[in-house]
Design a binder for this molecule. Sequence first.
Ligand code: NAD
Length: 292
Amino acid sequence: MNSPKILDGKSVAAAVLDECRAETAELLTKGIQPGLAVVLIGSDPASQVYVGSKARTCAELGFHSLKIELPAETTQEELLQVVRDLNADPAIHGILVQSPPPKHIDEEAVIREIDPRKDVDGFHPENVAKLVLEDPSGFVPCTPAGCMKLLEVSGINTNGAEAVVIGRSMIVGKPMALLLVSKISNATVTIAHSRSKDLPAICRRADILVAAVGRPEMVKADWVKPGAVVIDVGINRVPDPSKKSGYRLTGDVAYQEVAPLCSAITPVPGGVGPMTIAMLMKNTLQAARQLS
Ligand code: NAD
């Protein structure tokens, strides 16, 4: 049995936030306070938790933070107007609309309304294009950016590696694949998804396996090449009566059986999750610099 390197997102995220704190202090001396606005529509409990921790992190760093809570029945036009007002607000450098919005909201249209220079989630088509073009002035979506930072800090060489990304969402899978195949990372990338044939065989090719699906413990030991690096993006709530909350968090990887095979692996929780918020803060600082 191997003892894999545990990619500790908590400590890497803390280091990224330390850098952000120092940079914020420097910007403040120039009269610039980075400002992040988070818009929450409705009262989805998981979204409330995410929005709360974003606001707390902003406060810890010295950012100006604005939390706009709108009722679930907010119309599309009302929401677009909130976004337009934030686009025009000079105290705000980053805008994000917490996903998922209620069903009657056209999320794509809302994303397009955000000024791409303030789109710190990196979801606006202009930023997607910049990611494809490898233009560093764009914003990279926070979760895949966090995965790349974890790989980099942990000294994992992506050059020429076979990488397999399971999941093709615009939030995680596709940008993750683009980052891995970029001229900086130079991996050979396969994107697998719900229609892929023989997923276990595809995964077994991977030197670096990224799971971003949303299916608890889907990736089993016999899907993983011995010595592989496994990045588990999944955050799934599974019922657990022994917990006060009634659930526990688990990833997309069957950690107990997979970890002994790997050279390195991210735990859930404490792996990719903390990196996402740290990269959001980094993106907001980038926006504040670029807009000032
Ligand atoms: P999504 O539902 O938008 O996309 C899931 C992807 O998985 C799809 O592209 C789909 O094709 C693929 N898929 C579904 N079933 C599959 C199957 N049986 N075999 C192979 N592929 C399959 O989800 P998402 O927004 O990309 O998020 C994925 C997971 O990552 C979720 O658990 C989510 O909670 C988590 N997540 C974590 C963070 C974080 O900060 N750690 C951030 C975003 C998302």
